[in-house]
Design a binder for this molecule. Structure first.
Ligand SMILES: Cc1ncc(COP(=O)(O)O)c(C=O)c1O
Length: 390
């Protein structure tokens, strides 16, 4: 069959490291291994029933069978504004400061397409969520890593960024609670970020995917809570993790009106917003009782306690896990992250994500998800113990 040549933009896209890893997991599964997947970040629980019910009712509404408004329904944007006021005491103008997106993965790629040209620089956390790289590569911009080190609480040290990179930088991606390290950012860090962004004319994109998942009584801080944040950037929020709605593909961005407007312009060309029923059910999620969210965070916290204490008892070092649903385990001496993940899979059937898949500074660690039942995590701890003793 004729093989058509793809565009340079497509050729530049980085390999999907995790797709390769999943192929490996499936290979072991097919060989009859008793595998346990701790490597992926897929919420394991169903969407709360009142949200599902809201979608069912909305699906019957013929108004939603038509094309939705290009930029989404006002009622959803108003619900977003109400959510930010209630949760963070932040004023958001639903008309100019909210963009609705079909999942934040899409929005993050679009932001690079909106603001980067070839030769521009995007500052990215390393280790970090690999989808930041996709949009940057697609437009032919350069990536400058901001190392996240355990001794700095996995926060970037802005003093490490050289003058030339600051000059060329147009976008900066941040993400707290952090995937993959489980770290949280404090108020001082966000205040410093705003100062640097102002000084260097950089647009900050704070990916708040795990905004609802903070542990030990600490509610994750929204970037928008800080004075001047709206002037220098946006926050991207997904329904996927807070409400176990990963399959629904609904997210939104809030903040700087010029960034919101650019997102709406690019989306005018890609989409005609998302199905109105999804917007209705998402508004229901944001405006109803948040008890399900509290319970969810408690569930992850219990799982974290069980897993981390078990691993530490077995002699592993786990970085402090303050939020998100990931723990970041240091691999035993003598191993690379990939070597450890491979050996662990081969000898115990446990599948973890090697840190190198998240960037150079992810080397030396593996990511373990909390998206399995307590029973499964107890089993995982046993297998980790057996691995250590082999
Ligand atoms: C840090 C981070 N940002 C964004 C996403 C994408 O979320 P969505 O389901 O909205 O595309 C994920 C999903 O795993 C994530 O971990």
């Amino acid at each position: 069959m004729k093989q058509f040549q793809t565009s340079k933009a497509i050729q530049r896209l980085p390999d999907q490291f995790f797709a390769t890893m999943i192929d490996k997991l499936n290979l072991y599964k097919n060989r009859g291994y008793d595998t346990l997947n701790l490597g992926q970040g897929n919420p394991d629980q169903p969407t709360p029933s009142h949200i599902v019910q809201s979608l069912k009712e909305a699906a019957e509404n013929p108004d939603f069978h038509k094309y939705p408004p290009f930029h989404g329904y006002e009622f959803f944007k108003e619900a977003v504004a109400e959510f930010y006021k209630r949760e963070y005491d932040v004023d958001i103008d639903p008309e100019t400061e909210v963009a609705i997106m079909p999942g934040s993965k899409t929005g993050l790629v679009e932001l690079s397409q909106c603001f980067l040209d070839p030769g521009d620089v995007a500052l990215v956390p390393d280790p970090g969520y690999p989808d930041y790289w996709s949009g940057i590569e697609m437009v032919g911009a350069e990536m400058k890593s901001m190392p996240l080190r355990e001794e700095n609480g996995f926060l970037p040290d802005y003093a490490e960024i050289d003058e030339e990179s600051w000059e060329k930088a147009k976008l900066m991606f941040l993400n707290y609670p952090n995937n993959p390290t489980g770290a949280m950012a404090d108020a001082d860090f966000f205040a410093e970020t705003i100062q640097e962004a102002e000084k260097n004319d950089v647009c900050v994109v704070h990916d708040f995917a795990y905004g609802a998942i903070g542990f030990d009584g600490n509610k994750p801080l929204s970037f928008m809570q800080f004075e001047g944040a709206k002037n220098v950037g946006v926050e991207v929020y997904t329904m996927s993790k807070t409400y176990n709605m990963a399959g629904w593909r609904v997210a939104f961005a809030v903040g700087n009106p010029s960034v919101i407007q650019a997102l709406e312009v690019i989306q005018d060309h890609y989409f005609c917003s998302i199905f109105g029923g999804l917007q209705k059910a998402s508004a229901t999620a944001l405006l109803s009782s948040q008890e399900c969210v509290t319970e969810l965070a408690e569930t992850y916290e219990k799982r974290r306690d069980l897993l981390v204490s078990g691993l530490e008892e077995a002699g592993y070092h786990v970085a402090p896990c303050q939020g998100s649903f990931f723990t970041w385990l240091q691999v035993p001496e003598g191993y690379t992250s990939q070597g450890f993940a491979d050996d662990l899979l081969e000898t115990t059937g446990l599948f973890v994500a090697p840190g190198i898949g998240f960037g150079t500074y992810g080397e030396g660690y593996v990511r373990i998800g909390l998206n399995n039942s307590e029973e499964a995590l107890r089993d995982a701890v046993k297998r980790f113990k057996a691995f250590k003793q082999k």
